[in-house]
Design a protein around this ligand. Sequence first.
Ligand code: NQM
Length: 310
Amino acid sequence: MNKPTTGDFTKTAGWLDWYDGPTQPRFQLPAGSVDAHCHVFGPGAEFPYAPERKYTPCDASKQQLFALRDHLGFARNVIVQATCHGADNRAMVDACLASGGRARGVATVKRSVTDEELQALHAAGVRGVRFNFVKRLVDFTPKDELMEIAARIGKLGWHVVIYFEAVDLPELWDFFTALPTTVVVDHMGRPDVSKHIDGPEFELFLKFMREHPNVWSKVSCPERLSVSGPKALNGEQAAYRDVVPFARRVVELFPDRVLWGTDWPHPNLKDHMPDDGLLVDFIPHIAPTAELQHKLLVANPMRLYWPEEN
Ligand SMILES: O=C(O)/C=C(\CC(=O)C(=O)O)C(=O)O
């Protein structure tokens, strides 16, 4: 895959581009698998990055995303609006429209979004909005604004994707548990995997899922969560072992409410870029049976993003 230059934009210092030439996964994805968390970036020359962004990425186009999809053996993508595009959803919408029905989207919208704009996003394939609470990525948005947006998009049958770090869950609990829609948590709420899996922090996350049947989780991003590796590089077939027990527990406890995605092109990784083929080989470690794999990769994302096909 050739990486284009970033138009007039200069990448954030130390930015790592995605892994060039990922290996063919050994794990064969079930037919119809969905990569339920990935992004497109720009290209900046066509879809400029937002003035309020906290980082400037490398360009990562829809063609490059679709080439990765085909290489890894996925059938479909869910393209999640990244903060570097703010609430300008054009790059994500353009990718959904170009996918021939094989991509759905998760948008970022402001309170000022009109009903017509929401309808247009729906027609393009958007089925959710993302509320981001990771402080290094976004400025604060008042909760009453977010609640108002949630109520409006709920009427369209959309869901809310929430991104936060584990230490912030207690403070966000009341807001999250009041959301009226299906709620999808990015990357298991970013547990600190150096803490004990049975400790209070991860237990609070499991309680969140246990007590609220509208809450789903992406069991993605081991490359972001891992502390001790090993990294998904150089043919490593048992990467990110410290994350496995956490993700596996969520998959086994809530098999009908989990999703998986590559997170390509892996924004803001500072230390290494995973080989996406080896990331796919991580899946059977956290979903060890064919039944769990089918739910995680096919049945669950299809139910949430393509319910009309069920
Ligand atoms: O995309 C991800 O999964 C994670 C991100 C970036 C992000 O969310 C965004 O920019 O919107 C991160 O942790 O830096």
